[in-house]
Design a protein around this ligand. Sequence first.
Ligand SMILES: *[C@@H]1O[C@H](CO)[C@@H](O)[C@H](O)[C@H]1NC(C)=O
Length: 338
Amino acid sequence: MSYDDMILYFVARTDIYFTVYIFIPITPGVKMFEAIKDALGTSRLERTGSGGGGCINEGDVYKTDSGKVFIKRNGKDGARQMFDGEFESLKAILDTETVKAPKPLTVVDNPSGGAVLVMEYIDMSHLSQHASTLGSQLAQMHLYNIEAKAKSIGEESHVGQAEKGSYKYVDQFGFPVPTCCGYLPQNNSWCDDWVTFYTRKLQQQLTMIETEYRDREARELWSHLQLKIPQYFSGVEVLPSLLHGDLWSGNAAETSQGPVVFDAASFYGHHEYDLSISAMFGGFSRKFWEEYHSIIPKAQGWNNRHKLYKLFHNLNHWNHFGSGYRSGSLQIMRDLCH
Ligand SMILES: *[C@@H]1O[C@H](CO)[C@@H](O)[C@H](O)[C@H]1NC(C)=O
């Protein structure tokens, strides 16, 4: 399930979420198909029926000379940037060889507007049997860069370099390209310090809220909260981990072999951040959490940081879907300022 080629509305009423999908159709023109064929080096590009049994992703499946591909379309102006970010995210996740994700193949501009992302097609069903494996594979993905630090001591590290076989420890927080959580680009400019990076991330959301809503309460709470952020990290050393960035249960599934993640908005950040949206909409079983924490135990102060990380997603939803997320956002800020 993706909210890239659709507008997704969450209407929050107490703890019940209603989800409505509205597709923005774009007409894939002949020119675009020719461009995709060129990029893939295939003479054949035929739409097959639906996604097939158990497929939970929205988009189109096509047959090529070398197997099936999945094509996501989006007609918006920012589509190219969004898909470039997703392309790099999937690539970075696959480079860790920890959790399966669809192999990204190409991003192509649509001459009539927007862009498409072409990736490997994987026949998936809802996560159930492999939830605990996802817990351990996600933990391994989070540890991948941190373990590379131990191996690379004495070697020079280069930010953003993650070539397979010659993996270099990434010693900063950020990502080589902007990635979009939803359709809003995240500023992934590299930063040495996680608290600075994350405060900037929240600030970016609050600046958008200020521009759109001029919400005095949000402004006042944020002026207090931003000063308190460093104290939630006392006694914790944060090292950069590759994150999925948007790991709610709609962005994970499984094949008969194991779990799959997709629709990523990656960056290097605190591993605890990745679990915040996982907790917001449910859908991950107890086994997922137990397995994850058996590998990476909860560190001291987890609860407040978990709230602080959920704040980003509440604000980001407020900016995407409107003031249904206002009270949740303000409540977290009040709790944390207390
Ligand atoms: C991203 O953040 C950095 C550091 O604050 C800033 O210099 C840069 O202008 C920002 N980029 C965008 C596109 O806002």
